[in-house]
Design a protein around this ligand. Structure first.
Ligand SMILES: [Zn+2]
Length: 52
């Protein structure tokens, strides 16, 4: 399973989450607030760190 649409971007200014599918409909990759700095947020990536 590798759904590209699962990738979510988080705006570094307002914190709004936009899916890649949403952003692809825009002329450029940016948040609806106009800010262009987005952080990739992959909910499927869960890291478990064991402190032994
Ligand atoms: Zn924003």
């Amino acid at each position: 399973m590798s759904e590209e649409s699962d990738i979510v971007f988080v705006c570094m200014r307002c914190g709004r989450k936009s899916s890649l599918k949403e952003l692809e409909q825009l002329p450029e990759i940016k948040c609806i607030c106009g800010y262009r700095v987005l952080r990739k947020d992959r909910p499927s990536l869960v890291r478990q760190v064991k402190a032994v």
